[in-house]
Design a protein around this ligand. Structure first.
Ligand SMILES: C[S@@+](CC[C@H](N)C(=O)[O-])C[C@H]1O[C@@H](n2cnc3c(N)ncnc32)[C@H](O)[C@@H]1O
Length: 227
């Protein structure tokens, strides 16, 4: 079994089926979405599926500026049932925190059962990410805001949260789905316009964008930093 660290807390693991990226589980013995587990030296590595998680897709597509580190505090908007949050929780580890916001009750129920109930570094927040005042009282400043809410006003939601909670030089990362913004226009036009919106705030600078097709169609990941 070959194991190589790709970024701090993210590994490339080789087994009989080939190479996978994976995270070291902080909740051994528990699965979140039926992911494959590979055991190496008594540790459990959870395979991170790029078709189920846009961050995994971006890593495989050559992301350079990785925006999650052990010990960091992450504000995650659009947790759904926690597929990606669970891997972010593995990476930040026991000394980090993931504040996970989700507006819909049904996925939130699964999220509590499978993710936050089993991981002490995940804080579940049932709220609309447009209403930052609903959860501002329980957050500390974060190193990264990650937004994956698939809404037409996604950039506004992300910037509003980063203005409120992100530290200077911290990462603002947006998983942008072109068809959620406007299903009638070309993806490239939408990406250009939304990227311009981020930089026009004068408070964020884009470091890189990663096209994550074929793992997620008409999606890109925009990685920016707070000035
Ligand atoms: C594309 S899914 C997220 C998938 C998830 N990030 C993952 O990788 O496992 C978008 C999620 O954002 C949630 N959402 C949409 N609008 C929201 C809002 N205004 N505030 C918080 N969550 C929102 C939806 O309910 C949905 O669960």
């Amino acid at each position: 079994m070959k194991l190589r660290e790709v970024f701090q807390g993210v590994y490339e693991v080789e087994d009989e089926e080939g190479n996978h990226i994976a995270t070291l589980s902080i909740a051994p013995g528990t699965l979140v979405y039926g992911e494959k587990v590979i055991k190496v030296g008594g540790n459990e590595y959870r395979v991170w599926n790029p078709y189920r998680s846009k961050i995994a897709a971006a890593i495989i597509k050559g992301l350079k500026n990785f925006f999650i580190k052990p010990g960091w505090r992450i504000l995650y908007l659009g947790a759904a049932s926690g597929t990606t949050v669970s891997h972010v929780s593995d990476i930040v580890g026991p000394s980090g925190i993931v504040y996970a916001v989700e507006v819909a009750h049904r996925p939130f129920r699964d999220f509590i059962e499978k993710v936050s109930g089993k991981r002490r570094n995940v804080v579940p927040i049932l709220a609309d990410a447009r209403n930052v005042f609903e959860y501002s009282w329980l957050l500390q400043e974060v190193e990264t805001v990650y937004c994956d809410v698939a809404q037409p006003d996604e950039v506004d939601i992300a910037v509003m949260n980063a203005d409120a909670f992100l530290r200077k030089n911290g990462f603002l990362v947006i998983a942008l789905k072109a068809s959620s913004v406007d299903s009638t226009r070309k993806a490239s036009e939408i990406f250009e316009k939304e990227e311009a919106k981020i930089e026009e705030t004068g408070r964020y600078k884009i470091e890189e964008t990663v096209d994550i097709e074929p793992y997620a169609m008409m999606h890109e990941l925009i990685v920016s930093r707070k000035l």
